[in-house]
Design a protein around this ligand. Structure first.
Ligand SMILES: [Zn+2]
Ligand SMILES: [Zn+2]
Length: 288
């Protein structure tokens, strides 16, 4: 079974382990390819201070390190250079020229941040549970359904701006909602949002990642996107690739069997595998 991971964070951002240790682990696990996707720098552009993005001044070093690994591993493991770029309306986007001109192999477009309805600094829905709860109370008066709407608004904004090759953890908003604490994933409001998103995502031309990062961290019982959203994406023939959102070498390939099982349940019979910038993605039958 051919499997890769294009969603990987090293100690250049918030992962543990250097580029080489991820390459070594990917090779030992028999992955067909490994792509690096550091959280793209955003402080200079947005003024936001975070401890999980690549520092602006480290961008060149990161690019050089991945390119050097690509040379070292030639013939043994295809290594690709990417970034996971945040979409924060009006502040930063995968479509921005500075990212497009870096010569990356690919860009993962991700929404982590949403704006408070009354304005002010955006906050991340990817935060630890207590921090998320505090933000929902503070900025949305505890209205979790409105938080989910703000998230899907941001995803729609990112899709219409474009500039990404892969749509990252499409329903990340579920991370802090494993037991419907904030919004009802089976409710009509949420379901109508994912029914709206599916054709937009499928029409974006990007590959949808089936991301096992929530499973690896014990945050979700299933991959992103959910089975229901995957079914909607399948109906529209949206291509998918499995990733681990790996933050340490041991995460690589984690829960891929469950991801495949979920894809089969959703009606998918194949995934796609990256073969390099400008190349067609390779179609691979799912065997479970
Ligand atoms: Zn992410
Ligand atoms: Zn990530």
């Amino acid at each position: 079974m051919q499997a890769s991971c294009l969603h990987t964070h090293t100690d250049f951002c918030d992962g543990k382990g250097d580029v080489e240790s991820f390459c070594q682990a990917a090779y030992e696990k028999g992955l067909s390819a490994l792509g690096f996707s550091a959280h793209a720098p955003l402080t200079k552009k947005t003024g936001l201070k975070t401890d999980w993005h690549l520092a602006d001044e480290k961008l060149d070093e990161y690019i050089d390190a991945v390119k050097a690994a690509r040379s070292r591993w030639t013939g043994k493991l295809p290594v690709y250079l990417g970034l996971e770029v945040d979409y924060i309306k009006g502040l930063t986007s995968p479509a921005d020229k500075d990212f497009q001109s870096l010569g990356l192999d690919y860009i993962i477009g991700s929404v982590h941040y949403i704006f408070p309805p009354k304005g002010g600094e955006p906050f991340t829905v990817d935060a630890p549970a207590e921090e998320f709860e505090r933000d929902v109370q503070r900025h949305f008066s505890g209205n979790g359904e409105a938080v989910a709407d703000a998230y899907w608004d941001a995803v729609e904004g990112m899709i219409s701006a474009g500039g990404f090759d892969i749509l990252g953890h499409l329903d990340l908003i579920r991370k802090n909602n494993p037991h419907n604490e904030y919004f009802a994933t089976q409710g009509s409001r949420y379901r109508s949002r994912i029914r709206q998103i599916a054709p937009l995502a499928a029409g974006s031309g990007a590959v949808i990642e089936v991301n096992t990062g929530g499973l690896i961290r014990g945050k979700t019982a299933d991959p992103y996107p959910s089975l229901e959203l995957l079914r909607l994406l399948r109906e529209r023939q949206a291509p998918v690739t499995i990733t681990a959102d790996a933050h340490e070498p041991s995460h690589l390939g984690g829960h891929y069997d469950l991801a495949r099982e979920t894809l089969l349940q959703a009606g998918y019979t194949e995934t796609v595998e990256f073969e390099g910038k400008g190349q067609n993605w390779k179609i691979v039958a799912i065997r479970y």
